[in-house]
Design a protein around this ligand. Structure first.
Ligand SMILES: C[S@@+](CC[C@H](N)C(=O)[O-])C[C@H]1O[C@@H](n2cnc3c(N)ncnc32)[C@H](O)[C@@H]1O
Length: 339
């Protein structure tokens, strides 16, 4: 009996946690935390400054106050320490976890229905929520940007080798373009072209590259990876968390990648590392992959093990090296064209 009551206490705490994230999501996407971080405000002032409906904002303030996200002093609200890290501009923001949680709830609701028919609607499912879609890129950037900076870039010598005049990097499925921006910061001679199917991503990528002063070196186009048409061969063709989206057509794509790659160049794939054995799904950091893979199924995809990526690279005559990061949960495969 004690065991059941402990489990139920745990579930109640999880519901409370999930509700905190839900309330936070509303405050993040509507700029409420950012504004309160700038100046203490009444709920009316907060509504006026953010362009939101005052009655909704008043009730949001009550909820955010009740869940410890904001503090109240007389009629004004300020950010609590927890609310502080909900600001997307905070250097250690919790925005990615909040967006991921709400996206997860959306995907769960969709999958519950899709499981009844077996339908797999494809990537469109990610774009169904208009308040989530613009946060998809920032979520990935805030989650994986620091890992790239601190662990992956320093560990892969190929990145610094391509600091040559006119070096060209292509990023297929580039999202909001954060990866090319990160490369451009480190590799002063690099030019980049990002391709993505979602218009929202290309708009964000182009704007952010311009804001960071890379407008002349980085270009982003909306298009399909399968219709890649390059003016010259690339020194690097990268795909971050995008290869598994097109893996079912690997027999078409890998030869195409090979023909687009300059001598000495490389394919650079970064993918979550799906384990070989089911019991490894319980390993540290792996459970989220199992949930992600359920969502990938609805999108027509599945997560990949790095060895199958390396094998595909060998088949087209490239020489792959697999590097693992974050307890083996993230894999980077660099496949060199040594011919
Ligand atoms: C998980 S996101 C990764 C985005 C980005 N690479 C990052 O790391 O933040 C996968 C991206 O691949 C893009 N994508 C998938 N299939 C595509 C295709 N056939 N053509 C163009 N883009 C595609 C999606 O639009 C999406 O932005």
């Amino acid at each position: 009996m004690k065991e059941i009551s402990e489990m139920k206490d745990k579930i109640r705490a999880q519901v409370q946690g999930a509700t905190t994230l839900n309330i936070s999501f509303i405050g993040i996407v509507n700029g409420l935390f950012e504004h309160l971080g700038k100046e203490p405000s009444t709920s009316r002032e907060l509504a006026t400054k953010t362009g939101m409906d005052p009655d909704y904002v008043e009730r949001w303030c009550d909820a955010a106050y009740a869940f410890g996200l904001i503090d109240a002093e007389t009629h004004q609200f300020t950010l609590s320490p927890l609310g502080e890290i909900m600001r997307p501009s905070h250097p250690q923001t919790s925005m990615p976890q909040v967006v991921q949680a709400v996206l997860g709830a959306h995907m769960s609701e969709r999958i519950a229905g899709l499981m009844r028919t077996g339908e797999r609607p494809g990537e469109i499912i990610l774009g169904e929520r208009e308040t989530i879609l613009p946060w998809f890129g920032p979520m990935l950037e805030a989650t994986f940007g620091p890992i790239f900076e601190n662990q992956i870039f320093p560990a892969i010598p190929f990145f610094t080798e391509i600091n040559r005049d006119d070096a060209l990097a292509i990023d297929l499925g580039c999202g909001n373009g954060w990866y090319l921006r990160a490369l451009a910061r480190h590799i002063p001679k690099l030019n980049g072209l990002g391709v993505d199917g979602f218009r929202e991503n290309i708009q964000q990528a182009t704007r952010r590259a311009g804001e960071e002063g890379f407008g002349d070196r980085l270009r982003f186009i909306q298009g399909d990876i399968f219709s890649l048409d390059l003016e010259k061969k690339a020194d690097m063709i990268a795909m971050n968390r995008a290869l598994h989206h097109v893996w079912s057509d690997k027999e078409i794509l890998f030869p195409m990648f090979r023909s687009c790659l300059a001598p000495g160049g490389a394919l650079v794939f970064w993918e979550p590392s799906w384990p070989q054995k089911r019991e490894d799904l319980k390993a540290d950091g792996k459970p989220p992959l199992a949930f992600q893979n359920l969502g990938e199924h609805a999108q027509g995809n599945r997560l990949l093990n790095p060895d199958e990526i390396a094998e595909e690279c060998r088949k087209i005559g490239l020489t792959p090296t697999v590097s693992l990061f974050l307890n083996g949960n993230e894999a980077v495969v660099v496949a060199r064209n040594l011919s």
